[in-house]
Design a protein around this ligand. Structure first.
Ligand code: 4UV
Length: 522
């Protein structure tokens, strides 16, 4: 059975992303497009569109052509949008890099994506410089400027005409964010201009964002949720984006109060702070109308507690990098939909629910793997036909690796995850990457990593480790070894030693057995 969206299809403009956002800003040229939260500095739509043109011209002068990949490694600031849309406007593809990454992790993404140039900020140069060297990138553009490097100001000084690039929105790649998908290491997710533009208009009927809306952009722009929902969507409507470079509770509350942001997008750990922390009462949060959570399951009781304490509407959505990213969301206006669900199927989309054991499509009220189809679904994984074929079927359905139930009203609830992926505070942790790293330790004979729920209810990576014969190795040594080599969100937080890792006859780790072992130990 195919479940269709209950909304009528929306028209998808046949435009590249930057055209949708900045194609004609004359009516809003003097309105604030972005505000840098910490400093309060404002950039208007006219200034932003002008800066995007300058950067595109300067990138073209430097040889950036259609299809060239450019890395962006920066926290959220208005400059991020200038670099991002400058790359797209020049015909390039932006590969957005996690701001917490180590030099090796950055280099791996730059190399895999074939990036030619890298944007960063001066405090990140200690990681960006070695990463660029490893990846053979010779030019780094520093957004806030730094001795010995090209600065954003150099690009903005370009007097060349903005390049005339012909776009085919359905084919040309706008961004290459990295995601591990259902299995394996992080892969480049090929999202076209049409994929991104589709999702910007598909979310329209779900949320009330207008030119007076002020969106708080604390979710990182490098992750598809921050990029599309908190940067591109408000800019496509003429709303104002208030940026925050990283989450810090007092600063978050101060910025909501001072800039009177009325829409705030979060991942579930922020809801915990908003429900429980005493300092929340010290700020005037009366401007906040909608608090929207996604990227990991939101606990219903917690959501109710936040709603009661702050008096705002709390809503949840579901998405995946591979879907640009939103596929389901609770509309602002639907008081009747449970906050513990992820709401309704977006317009222009279809779903199937597929029984995990039999592979048969099932109907209303039955659980199974969620498959999604729509114009926002990726073109595929970069240089990885095998992973693409394992995720996208011949009928165009993306197999999400999440287990869901759809009720008779079309409300979707995510009930489990069957893919390998671990989510730590909404960030992706690919177990395959940690397993490969653990195997490089001389005292480790074998290893497997799964997500487990800790005492605070957070999903955390747990490593099952088989020591080499006669090797001495403690849990702390295993955790220390990993922590020195990965970004903080990928740290192994629990270790258990085993005699052997359960494996199938073909040598695949039986994660299901490890999960049942974990459940039995509770
Ligand atoms: O690929 P990714 O890191 O992508 C995301 C995107 C989440 C978004 C984006 C825009 C929204 O408006 C929104 O509401 C959510 O996280 O990871 C995808 C996987 O994260 C889990 C699920 O396992 C996905 O396959 N996930 C994401 N949202 C939820 C979730 C959720 N609401 N409940 C449960 N799991």
């Amino acid at each position: 059975m195919v479940f269709r969206s209950s909304f009528p299809d929306v028209d998808i403009p046949d435009l590249p992303v930057h055209e949708l956002l900045f194609g004609d800003v004359s009516a809003r040229a003097d309105r604030p497009a972005m505000i840098d939260g910490p400093s309060g500095r404002v950039i208007t739509y006219g200034e932003l569109a002008g800066a995007v043109d300058r950067v595109a011209a300067a990138l073209a002068e430097r040889g950036v052509r259609k299809g060239d990949v450019v890395g962006i490694f920066s926290p959220n600031t208005p400059y991020y949008a200038v670099a991002f849309h400058g790359v797209l406007r020049a015909g390039g593809t932006a590969t957005t890099i996690n701001a917490l990454y180590t030099p090796n992790e950055i280099a791996s993404q730059l190399t895999d994506s074939g990036a030619k140039l890298l944007f960063t900020i001066s405090p990140f140069l200690d990681r960006a410089v070695p990463a660029a060297e490893l990846a053979g990138i010779s030019e780094i553009v520093v957004l806030d400027g730094a001795e010995g490097h090209t600065g954003l100001s150099d690009l903005l000084a370009s007097t060349a005409a903005a390049p005339q690039v012909e776009f085919d929105p359905a084919e040309d790649l706008a961004v290459l964010p990295y995601s591990s998908g259902t299995t394996g290491r992080a892969k480049g997710v090929m999202l076209t201009h049409r994929n991104l533009v589709s999702n910007l208009v598909q979310t329209g009927p779900m949320m009330h964002v207008g030119s007076d809306t002020r969106v708080l952009a604390v979710l990182p722009f490098f992750h598809i949720y921050g990029m599309q929902v908190t940067m591109n969507h408000p800019l496509s409507i003429g709303a104002t984006v208030v940026t925050m470079p990283k989450f810090d509770l007092p600063e978050f509350l101060r910025i909501i109060a001072e800039h009177r942001t009325d829409r705030v997008y979060i991942a579930p750990p922020v809801a915990v702070a908003l429900a429980k922390h005493p300092i929340v009462d010290n700020y005037d949060l009366s401007a906040l109308k909608v608090l929207f959570s996604g990227a990991a399951p939101l606990d219903e009781e917690l959501a109710e507690a936040v709603h009661k304490r702050l008096g705002c509407v709390v809503r949840q959505g579901y998405g995946m990098t591979e879907m640009s990213p939103v596929s389901h969301s609770i509309p602002d206006a639907r008081e009747d939909i449970r906050i513990g669900s992820v709401g309704l199927i977006l317009p222009n989309m279809e779903n199937k629910i597929v029984d995990l054991a039999t592979g048969e499509e099932v109907g209303t009220g039955e659980r199974g793997e969620l498959w999604c189809k729509g114009p926002n679904v990726m073109k595929g994984y970069l240089n990885n036909a095998e992973a693409t074929a394992a995720t996208l079927d011949e009928d165009g359905f993306l197999h999400t690796g999440d287990v869901a139930v759809i009720d008779e009203r079309g409300v979707v609830t995510i009930v489990d995850r069957v893919k390998e992926l671990i989510k730590y505070k909404g960030y992706q942790v690919p177990p395959a990457e940690l397993e490969a790293l653990l195997l490089t330790h001389p005292s480790i004979a074998d290893a497997a990593v799964i997500g487990v729920i800790d005492a605070e209810g957070e999903e955390v990576p747990k490593a099952f480790v088989v020591r080499q014969a006669d090797a001495e190795l403690s849990e702390a040594e295993v955790m220390g070894f990993v922590a020195e080599r990965v970004a903080p969100h990928k740290k192994v937080r629990v270790v258990e030693f085993l005699e052997a890792i359960p494996k199938s006859a073909a040598g695949k780790i039986l994660r299901k057995d490890l999960r049942s072992r974990e459940a039995a130990a509770k």
